[in-house]
Write a protein that binds this ligand. Structure first.
Ligand SMILES: *Cc1c(COP(=O)(O)O)cnc(C)c1O
Length: 444
C-alpha cells in the first residue's frame, strides 16, 4: 500500500463525496436526519498505519486507543482490527472495550477513581492497571492478598504506577495533567515521594510498569517528551536501586495535539518520536516495552459533523444561521470557543461545496441559551435555509460524546469508505437516538 494519507485536496474532496452520497442515500435529510456524524474509515486506517510506522520496529509497543476520544463500539472494533489495544478509564469504557472484542491483555485501565469492584474485575481479567495514588496501591495490596487466599497468588495483570512528572501545563488548563497540583498520579518531585515509590516497588515484585500522561490538546511536544523522560529516568533509577530489572515497561500516555486549523499536515507521530529520541533516548534502547494511549490524534481529523441550516436571520447587523448542530455535539467548542475552535465548510442541499463571497456569520445551534454558537462572525459563503454546514475535525470527543442539554437527541454516526471510483460505502456506527429512548431514559 502506498501512503494513503489524504492530502489537503483529497480531504476536502473526500468530504464532499461523502456528503453528497449521504444526501442521496437519505443519511442526511431535511425532515428525518437533520444532523449526523461521519467518520472516514480509510483515513483512520491511514492514521493508525502512520502511528505504527513511527515507532522503531525493534521496540515492543502496544498502541492503546484512549476510548474516551470515541467510545462507539464499532469504532473500537475497527481500531482493534487495525492492531490497536484500548485504554479505558471507567466501567462503561471497560465494557465497551470488551464488547468490541479486545483481549483483556490489550486493555489498559486508567482512572483516578477505580472502585474495588472495578479493580477486582481488571485484575481477574488480566487487563493492565495503572495505579493512581497511594490509597489505590493499598487497595490493590488487599485485593491481591484476597486472591492469594483463594489460591491465585501471582497477578497476571501488568500493574504499574502513574507518576506525575510535574513538568508543567500547556495552553489549555483543563487538558494539562502534569502541573504541580494536578489530580492525577503520584507526584515525583514532592518531598519523599521518589524514595517511597522505590520502596513500594522493592516490596512488591509485581509492580512492573510506570505510567505518565502529561496532557492533551495544547501541550507542546517538548513538554510531553520531558514528562516521558522523567518517567524513563525514574524507571532506570528504580531498577538501579533494586539491582534488578523490575520495571519492564513504560506507558507514555497519549495527548498528541491536533491541528484544528487546516487539512495539511499528518498526525505528527514521527515528529513526536523524534522529540522522544532527543529527550528520552532510553525509551528506545530495548530495555523497556512501551504502551501509548493516543486518542484525539487517531480520530479527530477523520471525522466531521453535518447539519442542516434551518433558518437564517440578521440581528443587529450580524448574519446568523441556525442549524441543528450546537452544544449537544460540540460541547467544548460552545463552552470554551477560544480553546476549541472548529473549521466549518458550507454546502448546498445536495452536499456540493458552496463557493460564494465570504460574509461574517454566526453559526448557531438549536439549544436554548445565547452562547450556543459553534462559530462567531465567521467569514463563510452566505448560508440559506436547506444548506448544510459541516463542522470539521470532529472524529474525536464530538458527536461521539453528546451532551443532553434541552433533551436534544443523539445523532447517528456513520462510517464511510471511499472507493477509487469515488463511490462511497457507509456503515452504521451508531443509530440516532429515538424519542422513545429519550423518554425511557428520563423516566417517561
Ligand atoms: C485522555 C487521556 C488520553 C488520551 O488523550 P488524547 O489527547 O486524546 O490523545 C490518554 N491517557 C490518559 C490517561 C488520558 O486521560
Amino acid at each position: 500500500m502506498t501512503d494513503p494519507r489524504p492530502t489537503a485536496l483529497q480531504s476536502a474532496e473526500r468530504r464532499e463525496l461523502i456528503l453528497r452520497a449521504a444526501v442521496r442515500e437519505g443519511l442526511l435529510d431535511p425532515e428525518d436526519a437533520l444532523l449526523a456524524g461521519f467518520i472516514d474509515l480509510d483515513a483512520v486506517a491511514a492514521t493508525v498505519a502512520a502511528l505504527h510506522r513511527a515507532f522503531p520496529e525493534q521496540v515492543e509497543v502496544l498502541h492503546a486507543f484512549a476510548a474516551k476520544a470515541n467510545s462507539l463500539v464499532p469504532v473500537l472494533e475497527e481500531l482493534r482490527g487495525l492492531g490497536m489495544g484500548c485504554e479505558v478509564a471507567s466501567p462503561g469504557e471497560f465494557a465497551q472495550a470488551l464488547a468490541a472484542g479486545f483481549d483483556p491483555a490489550r486493555i489498559v485501565f486508567d482512572s483516578p477513581a477505580k472502585t474495588r469492584r472495578e479493580l477486582r474485575q481488571a485484575l481477574d481479567l488480566g487487563a493492565a492497571v495503572n495505579i493512581d495514588n497511594w490509597q489505590e496501591l493499598a487497595r490493590v495490596d488487599e485485593l491481591l492478598a484476597d486472591k492469594a487466599e483463594n489460591g491465585t497468588p501471582e497477578p497476571r495483570a501488568r500493574i504499574g504506577v502513574r507518576i506525575n512528572p510535574q513538568v508543567g501545563g500547556g495552553s489549555i488548563g483543563a487538558m494539562s495533567t502534569a502541573t504541580a497540583t494536578s489530580k492525577f498520579g503520584i507526584t515525583l518531585a514532592d518531598e519523599g515521594n521518589a524514595e517511597r515509590l522505590v520502596a513500594a516497588f522493592r516490596e512488591r515484585p509485581w509492580l512492573t510498569w510506570l505510567h505518565c500522561h502529561v496532557g492533551s490538546q495544547g501541550c507542546p511536544l517538548d513538554l510531553m517528551a520531558k514528562g516521558v523522560a522523567a518517567a524513563v529516568g525514574f524507571a532506570q533509577e528504580i531498577n538501579r536501586e533494586l539491582g534488578r530489572r523490575q520495571v519492564v515497561g513504560l506507558d507514555i500516555g497519549g495527548g498528541l495535539p491536533v491541528d484544528f486549523a487546516g487539512d495539511l499536515g499528518g498526525p505528527g507521530y514521527e515528529e513526536y518520536v523524534e522529540r522522544l529520541r532527543i529527550h528520552a533516548p532510553a525509551l528506545f534502547s530495548g530495555e523497556f516495552q512501551l504502551v501509548t494511549e493516543f486518542g484525539r490524534s487517531v480520530l479527530a481529523k477523520s471525522g466531521f459533523t453535518a447539519a442542516y441550516v434551518e433558518y437564517t436571520k440578521n440581528s443587529g447587523g450580524r448574519a446568523i444561521a441556525i442549524t441543528s448542530a450546537g452544544v449537544q455535539v460540540a460541547t467544548r467548542t460552545v463552552f470554551a470557543p477560544e480553546a476549541w475552535p472548529l473549521r466549518i465548510s458550507t454546502h448546498d442541499a445536495t452536499g456540493a461545496e458552496k463557493h460564494g463571497e465570504p460574509v461574517e456569520q454566526d453559526i448557531a445551534g438549536p439549544a436554548c441559551f445565547a452562547g450556543d454558537l459553534v462559530a462567531r462572525a465567521r467569514p463563510l459563503p452566505l448560508l440559506e435555509p436547506g444548506d448544510i454546514v459541516a463542522l470539521l475535525d470532529t472524529g474525536a470527543y464530538y458527536a461521539s460524546t453528546p451532551f443532553n442539554y434541552n433533551s436534544l437527541l443523539e445523532p447517528a454516526v456513520h462510517g464511510a469508505r471511499v472507493a477509487a471510483d469515488g463511490s462511497v460505502r457507509f456503515s452504521l456506527l451508531r443509530r440516532a437516538q429515538t424519542v422513545e429512548e429519550l423518554l425511557a431514559r428520563t423516566g417517561g
